[in-house]
Ligand binder design. Structure first.
Ligand SMILES: Cc1cc2nc3c(=O)[nH]c(=O)nc-3n(C[C@H](O)[C@H](O)[C@H](O)COP(=O)(O)OP(=O)(O)OC[C@H]3O[C@@H](n4cnc5c(N)ncnc54)[C@H](O)[C@@H]3O)c2cc1C
Ligand code: SF4
Length: 559
């Protein structure tokens, strides 16, 4: 049968690399430019603010705007979505002597946790695997935490530029110079409308890419500077909802098993999370590896199905859905890391680099730590007698990351994700052995296979998905509405795919997309780009997401 790799998108990374083109006096000059106001980018901005506080001569050399953070969402937090149970380790280091954990916007520490293996009707409580234990961690909404971090970054002197998408990487003389931002106010065919605003060149001494999962310019930079590692990156898609509930949830819950199928031939790896958000809300989500094979699988609908399970239905009884969202997670871990996370004038951190611990479902503290280390490396390269543009000048970043807990944690669990490509039971057994030996088993690393290379199968899985009732279960369009997405529908299409694909691929995309962007037709596939919530799943399964006009997409507040 077919595989998505047979129909690659007409996308060339080289088209998104350019030399600065605005006349020199029209370029916007900043000291350090950070792309992405997520935990990685904001931690970088905060740490830079702290370092520059004690180094006025370096701050002066960075000009009028020493640190700027670009964010494509309407505001910081609008495009942030996570679980989230947060390991506070990196936040403690970042705010040492300045803020305490109880001053941060958490919903509270994890006090109890349960892990269940689900069958369609039953829930068997099982001991939490060591990687999933959350003692000492805190529950948060990443969107809310992101807004708070953005305030801290602004207080530390950074300038935040929301509603601004970084579209092209500016490179000249072999070094990153900054980014070109996307145009605004173009019509469907690219024609300028009455409110047209062209993009600008933003040039900087150091550009930090902190774009998160499926980072557009991160992919472009890996290609331009030849940074990709040997193993490919692989992804999972997470779809989640926030509910107002009648009775408080007193623990964090993870589930495995149903509604995913255990058979190795399906390659369905993942599970669900259910976390309390204070007394009157909870969040629940389904995360599924995008190496799945069945054309009919839909993570959006798996989440709807999960809510019909007696265990979950009982928690939501009498409640109301208040928000919905979706995002991918890079799951390749240590094996899929780029071979280098810096290039002349450029640093890459957070999910863009792939710093996620899959068995623990954790990436936030790695994003924060890598952002802080990127700030320290950029600052060191600005000391007198140094220049960040010299090849290797920013290599201290890679060295610091390799010495940090991020590296050690990811190394120990490096073979877990590929193990689960062999099916749930065998994967689980191998993962147990890996945990017991702290990653010394197996001796030879397993291999990752690109999500687009997995051959498709078709079952009648979709027949089992529950019909939406508008109370417990929802269709994709009402979910898009619950994401706050108000993208105008006459924008140029930002999704690069082939349209003349066979039915299997068209239907794969139709089911894959949680936001009903694709519709399989007789001739191939139709696209409604304004529904897109920029989850990134299409890039994993045969297309390429590019950033749409700044300010469009979801407007998350609680995800
Ligand atoms: C469903 C789900 C559950 C998760 N659960 C947990 C959990 O419980 N605990 C945990 O620790 N981790 C969890 N993670 C992982 C965690 O959310 C990520 O590791 C973390 O958010 C990565 O931070 P980041 O700053 O690298 O990227 P992001 O959080 O993705 O932030 C990147 C930011 O950059 C912006 N951006 C991207 N490209 C551009 C561009 N070109 N121009 C302008 N702006 C741009 C984006 O809009 C976004 O605001 C989960 C992830 C998902 C999807
Ligand atoms: S179009 Fe692609 S990136 Fe956008 S929501 Fe659908 S799958 Fe996600």
């Amino acid at each position: 049968m077919t595989k998505p790799a047979d129909f690659p998108p007409p996308f060339r990374a080289a088209d998104y690399v350019a030399a600065p083109s605005d006349p020199p006096d029209e370029r916007i000059e900043v000291g350090i430019l950070i792309v992405g106001a997520g935990p990685a980018g904001l931690a970088c901005a905060i740490r830079l603010g702290q370092l520059l506080e004690d180094a006025p001569e370096i701050r002066d050399r960075l000009g009028e705007v020493p640190v700027a953070v670009l964010e494509k969402g309407k505001q910081a937090g609008s495009h942030l979505l996570s679980g989230a149970v947060v390991n506070p380790r990196a936040l403690r280091r970042l705010f040492k002597g300045r803020k305490r954990i109880d001053e941060m916007p958490f919903y509270g520490p994890v006090e109890n946790e349960s892990v269940y293996f689900l069958t369609k009707q039953n829930a068997l409580r099982i001991p939490a695997p060591p990687t999933m234990k959350n003692d000492g961690n805190y529950v948060a909404s990443l969107s809310r935490l992101g807004r708070w971090l953005a305030e801290q970054a602004e207080e530390a002197g950074a300038m935040l530029l929301p509603e601004t998408a970084a579209e092209k990487l500016l490179v000249s003389d072999g070094r990153a110079r900054g980014v070109r931002t996307g145009d605004k106010g173009r019509g469907r065919d690219g024609e300028p409308l009455a409110n047209f605003e062209p993009g600008s060149d933003l040039v900087a001494k150091v550009t930090v890419l902190a774009e998160g999962t499926q980072g557009h310019l991160t992919g472009v930079a890996l290609d331009r500077f030849g940074l990709a590692g040997e193993s490919p990156q692989v992804w999972a898609l997470g779809v989640k909802e926030v509910w107002k509930i009648k009775r408080p949830l007193d623990r964090v819950i993870h589930t495995m098993g149903w509604p995913l199928r255990p058979g190795a031939k399906y390659r369905e790896f993942g599970g669900s999370f259910i976390y309390p958000l204070g007394e009157d809300m909870l969040t629940l989500g389904m995360v599924v590896g995008l190496d799945y094979r069945d054309v009919e699988l839909s993570v959006h609908d798996l989440l709807q199905e999960l809510k019909t399970h007696p265990l979950v239905r009982g928690l939501l009884d009498g409640g109301e859905r208040v928000e919905w969202g979706a995002k991918t997670i890079p799951e390749g871990g240590f094996l899929a890391l780029p071979k280098q996370l810096h290039a002349p004038g450029l640093l890459i951190c957070g999910d863009g680099a792939g710093l996620v611990n899959v068995p623990a479902l954790k990436g936030i503290h790695y994003a924060i730590e890598s952002g802080s280390l990127a700030a320290e490396a950029a600052f060191a390269a600005l000391q007198r007698g140094q220049t960040p543009a010299t090849p290797g000048a920013l290599s201290v970043y890679d060295e610091a990351l390799k010495r940090s807990f991020v590296w050690k944690d990811l190394y120990e669990v490096r073979n877990m994700r590929p193990a689960f490509g062999r099916g749930f039971w065998l994967g689980g057994a191998l993962a147990g052995a890996m945990t017991a030996t702290k990653g010394r088993f197996p001796r030879r690393d397993l291999e990752l296979e690109r999500d687009v290379d997995v051959e498709l199968i078709r079952t009648d899985r979709a027949m089992d998905f529950p019909a939406p009732d508008g109370k417990l279960t929802f269709d994709k369009l009402s979910s898009v509405f619950a994401s706050g997405n108000k993208t105008r529908d006459d924008q140029p299409n930002h999704i690069v795919i082939r349209r003349d694909v066979p039915q299997d691929i068209a239907q794969l995309w139709e089911r894959l997309c949680p936001a009903q962007v694709y519709e399989a037709t007789e001739k191939g596939v139709d696209v409604t780009p304004s529904n897109c919530v920029q989850c990134g799943a299409i890039t994993a399964k045969g297309g390429r997401l590019t950033p749409p006009e700044g300010g469009s997409g979801p407007e998350y507040t609680l995800t």
